[in-house]
Design a protein around this ligand. Structure first.
Ligand SMILES: [Zn+2]
Length: 240
């Protein structure tokens, strides 16, 4: 699945998104020798039902939880872009920031969120959809077009072509099923870092196993995660 030189970048909206959708796959990539980095677009400062919580305290808590979870999975780098939760927009500034992240990390494989609305409203949170759309806009053409954002060239951020994107889909439209039977424990351990979001460890364990078992069943895996796979036209063959 990954060779030792593979570089992987995960671009998601919130702390906990990467582990919820792809924690078992990320652990598997790390075990195969890939270098994995995270780019977390928002600071997660709205995700609380506690009326005494402040956005500043929540952002600090969730960033600390995200760092702990990444370290459980063996993810080497966690970049926080720091945009406000629930307010992601596909602006020029945002696209330039995400393009800069892609050119800096230079991934072969990029994992990001599904830009489509689905029937599961929580899964297709506006930040998830818009981050997925931004990431794809940046993969092609912005990260690989040298005339896009000339200010990035001035910073030494040369164009880069991502070879493949795996969209984190919740259940439908998947065409890539990853066997996470050997990494489900580490996925659950990573998600257990998010005490502010998922305080009930027993329910977490049960829910993660049930979903992963349901996704794996059609192909005979004990536990699985699913993605929509996109191979980028022209990757490895210059600009199309
Ligand atoms: Zn989220």
């Amino acid at each position: 699945m990954a060779d030792r030189s593979q570089r992987v970048l995960v671009i998601v909206a919130h702390p906990d998104d990467a582990e919820s959708w792809a924690g078992g796959t990320i652990a598997k990539l790390v075990r195969a020798g890939a270098q994995v980095a995270y780019c977390i677009v928002t600071n997660g400062d709205k995700g609380s039902g506690d009326r005494s919580m402040t956005p500043e305290r929540l952002a600090a808590t969730r960033q600390a939880e995200q760092r702990d979870a990444a370290s459980v999975l063996g993810v080497g780098t966690v970049d926080f872009l720091g945009f406000p939760d629930c307010e992601v927009e596909n602006t020029r500034q945002m696209r330039m920031t995400v393009t800069a992240a892609i050119r800096r990390h230079r991934p072969d494989l990029l994992l990001t969120q599904d830009p489509n609305r689905t029937k599961l409203l929580g899964a297709s949170h506006r930040d998830h959809r818009i981050v997925g759309e931004i990431a794809l806009d940046c993969v092609s053409p912005l990260a690989r077009a040298h005339l896009a954002f000339p200010e990035l060239l001035d910073q030494g951020l040369e164009p880069h072509t991502v070879k493949e994107v795996h969209l984190m889909v919740w259940w439908d439209r998947s065409d890539l099923v990853v066997d996470i039977s050997e990494t489900i424990e580490v996925k659950i351990a990573a998600l257990a870092c998010y005490v502010s979001q998922i305080p009930d460890r027993a329910a977490l364990d049960k829910n993660v196993r049930e979903r992963a078992a349901r996704l794996g069943k059609p192909v005979g895996y004990r536990y699985a995660e699913v993605f929509a796979r996109m191979v980028i036209d022209g990757s490895g063959r210059g600009f199309p």
